[in-house]
Design a protein around this ligand. Structure first.
Ligand code: GUN
Length: 278
């Protein structure tokens, strides 16, 4: 049976350490822009607000209509860039139709870019410089480190090439001395490729796609997928019951990477404040 890599425990440790750091410190501010009424986004933003409240970060949510245009979003970002009480700015994705997420990401001040989506931070990540980096892959790295999983020299396969998870994940694993392959929906013979992975990170959004016989025995499986099934339950990209019989270690869904995304968002916000107020 595989070791279960719990994200909940690490998320608690990260938030506890933030609370300690903030004792007697100025109050950090996080501003979230939520445009439109995507139900999943509303749930995520509500969880972010609650998590901020719990650790003593002041969160404000700018709610905009789904009919908002790009110029209006940019005009809401500018004052936040200039507001000294705001240390982190996040525009919840997906954005309404017709708004370019790259334009929006570039409008956020890089020092307040707690999502790590600004091109300056993307460049710093790939160069191995300090910066603000995407929260979900930071959570994955934290969980692997916390569980003493060796990365150096191992073959990591990342399923998914998104700007939010796949690409930054590949960069972080490469910086940690893994040999990295990024695979995606057009990759030939995914099962055979996955069987060469010592570490498999999945972020494809297809429930149960990765089967037990896709895994190398003893692999470490990190399931970033959070898929809502018709019955309302959550499932990962990996068929957990099959995979846990083959893998050495595996993250559950829920309770794996999910809780870490918000924990590392809080950490990015506190780090941004420290950098901005030095
Ligand atoms: N929507 C889904 N995941 C994310 C994320 O990590 N950041 C933002 N801004 N929006 C998201």
């Amino acid at each position: 049976m595989a070791l279960i890599l719990s994200g909940r425990e690490l998320a608690r440790e990260v938030t506890d350490s933030i609370r300690t750091r903030l004792a007697g410190a100025p109050v950090p501010g996080l501003a979230v822009i939520l445009a439109g009424d995507d139900p999943a986004s509303s749930v995520y933003v509500a969880s972010k607000e609650k998590a901020c409240h719990r650790v003593g970060i002041r969160s404000t949510v700018v709610r905009l209509s789904g009919l908002t245009d790009e110029a209006s979003i940019l005009s809401r970002i500018r004052p936040l860039n200039d507001d000294p009480s705001v240390h982190g700015i996040l525009c919840q994705l997906p954005l309404p139709l017709g708004i370019d997420r790259h334009t929006v990401a570039s409008a956020v001040h890089p020092a307040k870019d707690v999502d790590g989506f600004h091109p300056e931070n993307v460049g710093k990540l790939w160069r191995g410089q300090n910066g603000l980096f995407p929260c979900t892959p930071l959570g994955v790295m934290g969980l692997l480190r916390r569980n003493g999983i060796t990365l150096e020299g191992r073959h990591a396969v990342v399923l998914g090439r998104s700007d939010i998870v796949g690409k930054p994940m590949a960069a972080m694993l490469m910086m940690a001395d893994c040999t990295v392959t990024v695979a995606h929906s057009r990759t030939n013979d995914l099962p055979s490729l996955c069987r060469t992975a010592d570490i498999l990170v999945t972020a494809v959004g297809r429930p149960g796609m990765v089967r037990g016989d896709w895994l190398k025995p003893g692999a470490v499986v990190v399931d970033v997928g959070i898929n809502r099934l018709p019955d309302g339950s959550l499932a990962g990209d990996v068929c957990f019951s099959e995979a846990e019989a083959v893998a050495a270690a595996i993250t559950p869904v829920p309770g794996g990477i999910g809780p870490l995304t918000i924990a590392y968002l809080l950490l990015n916000t506190v780090n941004a404040m420290e950098q901005l107020t030095r």
